[in-house]
Ligand binder design. Sequence first.
Ligand code: ADP
Ligand code: MG
Length: 346
Amino acid sequence: MTDKIQIAVRVRPFNDREQGEDNIIFMDGGKCSIKDPKSGGIKNFHFDKCIWSHDSAGRTLETNEHVFESLGKELLENVYAGYNASIFAYGQTGSGKSYSIEGYPPDSGLLQRICEAIFERKSQLESQDENNSVTVNVSYLEIYNEKLKDLLDPTEKQLKVFVTKKTGVSVRNLSTAYSDSYEDIVSLLADGKKLRIVASTNMNKTSSRSHAVFTLHYMEKSMKDGKKQIIRSKINIVDLAGSERQASTGATGQRLKEGSNINKSLTYLGVVIQKLGENCKGSKNFIPYRNSQLTHLLSESLGGNSKTIMIAALSPAALNYDETLSTLRFAQNVSVISTKTSANVD
Ligand code: ADP
Ligand code: MG
């Protein structure tokens, strides 16, 4: 079966720096339009979901609960049916990627809500029949300057992405943590976050310059029509580094070097997406997944066995027109890609 990568664009509210700026994003059903603040020209895009989190037009704010209802629930249905699933958030620094993925208290993000729902299912299934069981193992890593770092284990070690036909993408030496409850995940995430490298740029003081990848391995054993059934699936949740071009972040020296390496992963993400898109229209491009850590790690999510969702995070303000337009174009390129999916049920 092939599945199109689902695209959700989400516009965040104006921030303090943008007060008094014109709104340039308009959403209507699946249509998302952007207005060029100089020429007034409008460009239209069409996506699977357009999520409005900004209230200048007097609309209802769509919170992370809405995002979970509209994206997370369907993803979980797939996971419970044995499909791998991926979500990645793309956009310039400060556009709302982490808000959607991790959330900011009290509005917890997709990652937490998905984990919470999985543990609800675990206790429900396990209380129904003593032969039922759900096992959850997680890993959490960061890609920074093309280096991988285990966020669940601070000891120095060499992590390496590798791919096998049977198990897909794995990372050698990466620790996995068995998790028995949602509280386990919350504390793992909190510990992991402390290990993340956070640096400041002009765009967002606490913005992370790294890509964070959370992976959850799900295994469900249950009785189906008197027979034992085993379902295995994997969820990848990715909070990408800011997609902004070097010039607008005011970065120099070390920051600039980091920028170019971060861009190496993001640049190859763009290349891979371009080539996959052409292949979906009949070309036979070689896909250079191995050219960056990020694309190697996401090779399954982008071109393999995974039902994938991309969240394109947008600022509503005229000031960010160039970056926002580039995010919309990137999302449009992703929207033509299909992945091949098959369920893992024994
Ligand atoms: P990114 O991860 O893309 O750099 P963040 O998610 O950290 O950006 O968001 C930047 C700021 O905007 C944060 O202060 C966050 O609280 C706010 N924000 C982002 N998205 C939303 C939203 N949908 N609703 C309310 N505030 C948001
Ligand atoms: Mg962030």
